[in-house]
Structure formats: C-alpha cells, structure tokens
Design a protein around this ligand. Structure first.
Ligand code: PLP
Ligand code: COI
Length: 341
C-alpha cells in the first residue's frame, strides 16, 4: 500500500483531512446503520443543540504502526466505555460500544495511507465525536444526533516533543465541583480556551488547574492528567472526581507497578507538596508523557530536579515502556493492543 506523500517527521498536532470518516445519524429514537463517507463537512440546522447549548462529547485515541508492520490501536475499549459515560451525562443517546469499536477499525483501515510509518515519530489520531444535530430553542436535549469518527496524522502535542515544558498555576477553574470535569465534553474545552490563550501569551505551554472547591489541590491541565515521581521513586497521580479519567494515566500506573516494579498511587496531591516532587509529567493520548520542568505559581517557581533539558529518569522509563507496548516492541498486558491490520 502506497503511503501519502507527507513529511511524517515534521508533523505538528494539527488537522489534516484524510480520505474517509465513519458517520451514523440518530433519528426517531434509533441510530442508522452508518457508513464510511468522503464528505469532511457537517451540514446541520442553525438551531442544532451542539450550536446552541454545546451538547457534544468526544474521544481521542491513536493508531500506531508497529515494529513488525501491523497497525494497532491502544485500548479502544476504554474510549468506547468513556464516551458512553460522557454521553449519558449530557443526555446524548449512547452509540453502542461494539459499533464504536467496529467504526474505529473501519476508519483506520480506510485511511491506511495516512497512518504514519513505524519510527517516524508520528501517529494516527482518531477523533470520535457525538453531537446534537436536531434543533432546540428551549434548554433541553435535542432529538437528533450524529456520531462521527475521523482521523488525522499527528506529531507531538507540545512543540519540541520530549523537551520539558513550563506551565503556570491558573487563576481560572476548569470544572465545577459537581460538574462535568470527569467527562470529555466539548464545553470543558471551550471553558479552557481563554485560560490557554492567556497562558500562551505569557509564555507558558499549559495551565495547572487547581481543584475548584478549595484551590489547594492539583487537578489536571487543559488536555492531560498529571503524573509525579516522588524523591523515593514512587509514582503518584492526582485523585479527583472533577478530572478526566485518563486512559494513559491508568495505563502508566499499571506499567509502573507491573513492568517497573515501582509503587504507584492515585491520591489527592496538594499544590504545597509539589515542590518536593522529583519529576513531573503530563500524560494523555495527545501528550503521551510530556515532561514538565517548571511550574510557576504567581511568580514563585517550582523547579523539578529533572531540569529543563530532558525527562526525569523514571518518566523516561515509563515513556519507553508505554510507547514500547504501543509500537509492539514490548508485550503489553492482555487486551491493551488491538490489531487492526
Ligand atoms: N485530561 C484531559 C482534560 C484530556 O483532554 C485528556 C485527553 O484525552 C486527558 C486528560 C488524557 O486522557 P487520555 O489518556 O485518556 O487520552
Ligand atoms: C487527547 O489527548 O486525546 C485529547 O483529547 C487532548 C486534547 C487536548 C487534544
């Protein structure tokens, strides 16, 4: 199969239109059969629920070319389960999980020419979306929806790839205490746009959001969960019911315990104790593990001993093991790597 003429090694995290996407529509209480289509545009009512009241949820997962030339996806069953939780919270009809998984396979297979080759540093990012297409003017759930999965080849989420970044403690909140921080709803990201633009203008790569209730505990960034390594080599990640349950973070905790023999714990982490951590990283599908070298809290700098040049040693081991599993160099736990081709 002839790959597209793309400079794989220099891709950024940006959208490139690919050949096929899967689309299914919900009407009269049922999802239609759905199909792979060529049209990358969506034509909906000006009064669609997604436009009026942001009734939309999404997912993010990647397909990889393995060392031995297969194309695989990483734990797509967890994305299928998570979008179901997200949909229920926004009163969107669930798209059946087995159909979600089949559509992932179809979209990847139909866009094989866009799946970056092994060793290129790029991956094929899949974006499932589920949104209200039916008109609503009173505040209520719509009656019609679309489920769509498209994909795009991507490079690193943060410029510089594995170079440590500097982030700031934000004065904005990302999620309310009993709100929607734990689901992947578009509205959470709309909420974060002013904060991220502000952070970028000030020279920071991302925001550290604090817990909205007490503003003393570390939550997450706009697009990734935190992972810290303590000075005695323990992996710790924030526990909160207003952060997204990251599939990458859950996988890394298991990798830390089962592959690296480390202690790993999910617990509340105060901003106060962050200065005592040895390493810090942001983890997510897009971010993979992006090392954080420095956190700035209103002029006060928290500099991690791992420095601004490279990832800390434990973060590096976690990164190597996780990407080794994803790219087929290391055998993953049962069910983690789903082969498509
Ligand atoms: N937190 C937020 C706010 C995100 O947008 C993402 C990305 O999906 C994550 C965390 C990481 O989640 P995952 O590892 O499942 O991609
Ligand atoms: C992902 O990692 O899949 C995300 O959705 C994060 C987003 C900010 C790109």
């Amino acid at each position: 199969m002839q790959k597209k003429d793309i400079d794989w090694g220099n891709l950024s995290f940006a959208y490139i239109k690919t050949d096929k996407r899967f689309v299914s529509n919900y009407k009269n209480g049922a999802w239609d059969e759905g199909a792979l289509v060529d049209d990358a545009t969506v034509c909906i009512s000006e009064c669609a629920g997604v436009i009026q009241y942001s009734q939309t949820v999404f997912e993010g997962l990647k397909a990889y070319t393995t060392e031995d030339g297969h194309i695989v996806c990483f734990r797509p069953d967890l994305n299928a389960a998570r979008i179901e939780e997200s949909a229920k919270r926004l009163e969107i009809p669930v798209f059946p999980q087995e159909r979600f998984l089949k559509a992932v396979d179809e979209v990847v297979a139909a866009n094989e020419a866009f799946v970056p080759p092994y060793g290129s540093g790029a991956t094929f990012y899949l974006r499932p979306v589920l949104f209200a297409t039916g008109p609503v003017i009173g505040v209520k759930p719509a009656e019609e929806y679309q489920f769509r999965i498209f994909g795009t080849p991507v490079g690193p989420y943060f410029k510089g790839g594995a170079k440590p970044i500097v982030i700031k403690v934000s004065d904005f909140d990302r999620a309310a205490p009993n709100g929607t921080g734990h689901i992947k709803a578009g509205l959470n990201y709309a909420m974060s746009l002013h904060a991220i633009v502000t952070a970028h203008e000030e020279g920071y790569a991302e925001n550290l959001y604090l817990d909205p209730k007490t503003r003393t505990k570390v939550e997450e960034t706009g697009g990734a969960n935190f992972l810290f390594v303590t000075k005695d080599n323990k992996v710790v990640t924030p526990k909160s019911n207003s952060i997204l349950p990251s599939i990458t973070r859950r996988s890394l905790v298991q990798v830390a315990k089962e592959y690296l023999g480390l202690e790993a714990e999910e617990r509340e982490i105060t901003l106060e104790e962050v200065k005592d951590m040895a390493e810090c990283g942001l983890c997510g599908t897009a971010a993979v593990i992006s090392p954080v070298g420095k956190i700035v809290d209103h002029g006060k700098e928290i500099c991690f001993p791992s420095g601004m040049e490279k990832m800390g040693p434990i973060t590096q081991k976690l990164y190597d093991t996780l990407t080794g599993i994803q790219m087929g160099r290391i055998e993953g736990p049962k069910g983690w790597v789903h082969r498509i081709k």
